[in-house]
Write a protein that binds this ligand. Structure first.
Ligand code: AMP
Ligand code: FES
Ligand code: ZN
Ligand code: ZN
Length: 322
């Protein structure tokens, strides 16, 4: 990760990581300090979490969500975890083990929800039944279950592990299409409104690479594999493109996203149609929705009516298509 002999910018001790966008190297302690500072700055600047908030962290077993949980505890917040078993074969089994082990080792509370056991379907089946890409059924299911778990548990803030790479890639896609509706909602904080908890992304000032390094330095075991159903996903291509730009011009990724928040997002405020849509109530589950049945209940009904589809079948179909 770093050339032999490199020195920490702060203490001049041996460096463990170079961060070209800060034009500096850091030792383990000062790298951790930098991560804490970046998270504290995001929380303060975007008014994410107050000391009296009851915080729920959505954890997938991957590096970002375990790191954000760890960082929040380290910064003195009390936070419980939420893991959703998506039924994506071995990937889901192993990701659950990492989330459970992290919580158990630290005596933290982890709430678990299983799509198959609690709702009678899984993501491979939902993807096939709705004839949509897996990430679409997955996003609909996760969003609904995040909201429900937060509201049922009396949590005032729901935290996700989205990092700078994730947000910059989504911004890149939205910008390529000049999708003003999505651009106007691409904020690191979504305020609570009736039926929805406040949602925050404290890692927006830190990269994927930095979060992997945080986990390694802190001794956090995480699932390295990406979701097998996300292969070929456009966001992965956008991330690769942004990484190529970052390589040539360190700091571009952070300025692309963080300057968007400072300079463009205020100009787009109030342009989101969905924020002003009158919301009714889902006749099946009571969640806010603009139609009779919410998107989650529509997805769940279609998936439950379909025979279970093993993940391998959906994957091999995806491969044939490419
Ligand atoms: P993804 O949509 O997979 O990029 O994940 C974005 C964020 O959603 C992660 O950083 C987690 O905070 C959360 N998340 C993803 N998968 C799960 C899961 N199975 N259970 C709980 N939270 C999750
Ligand atoms: Fe949602 Fe892979 S985690 S489709
Ligand atoms: Zn140092
Ligand atoms: Zn519903």
């Amino acid at each position: 990760m770093v050339a032999v002999g490199s020195k920490c910018r702060v203490c001049k001790g041996p460096a463990i990581i170079d961060l070209p966008r800060h034009n500096a190297h850091f030792c383990a302690d000062h790298f951790l300090e930098l991560c804490r500072r970046q998270v504290a700055k995001a929380i303060e600047k975007y008014d994410m979490i107050h000391p009296d908030d009851k915080v729920l962290v959505a954890v997938s077993g991957g590096k970002d969500s375990l790191a954000v949980w760890d960082l929040l505890i380290d910064l003195g917040y009390k936070a419980d975890g939420l893991y959703i078993g998506l039924g994506i074969g071995e990937y889901s089994e192993v990701s659950g083990q990492y989330a459970r082990a992290f919580a158990a080792e630290r005596g933290l509370r982890l709430i678990e929800v299983s799509l198959r056991d609690d709702y009678g379907y899984d993501i491979p089946t939902a993807s096939r039944a709705t004839r949509r890409v897996p990430c679409s059924a997955c996003g609909t299911s996760k969003r609904h279950l995040f909201d429900k778990a937060a509201l049922d548990g009396g949590y005032t803030v729901l935290v996700t592990g989205h990092n700078l790479d994730d947000e910059a890639a989504v911004l890149f896609g939205n910008t390529l299409r000049w999708d003003v509706e999505y651009l106007s909602r691409q904020l690191p904080v979504l305020p609570a409104r009736s039926g929805f908890p406040k949602k925050v992304k404290p890692l927006v000032r830190l990269t994927e690479r930095e979060m992997a390094a945080w986990c390694i330095v802190r001794g956090i075991d995480y699932l390295v594999d990406e979701c097998p159903m996300a292969a070929g996903n456009k966001h992965l291509a956008y991330k690769a493109t942004l990484n190529a730009i970052e390589q040539e011009s360190p700091g571009s990724k952070a300025s692309f996203y963080l300057n968007f928040l400072d300079n463009m997002a205020p100009l787009l405020a109030g342009r989101s149609a969905s924020a002003t849509d009158a919301l009714g109530t889902c006749t099946s589950c009571g969640a806010p929705t603009t139609s009779d049945l919410c998107a989650f209940c529509r997805t769940a009904a279609k998936a439950r009516a379909h025979e279970p589809v093993p993940v391998e079948l959906v994957l091999s179909k995806g491969r044939r298509r490419r």
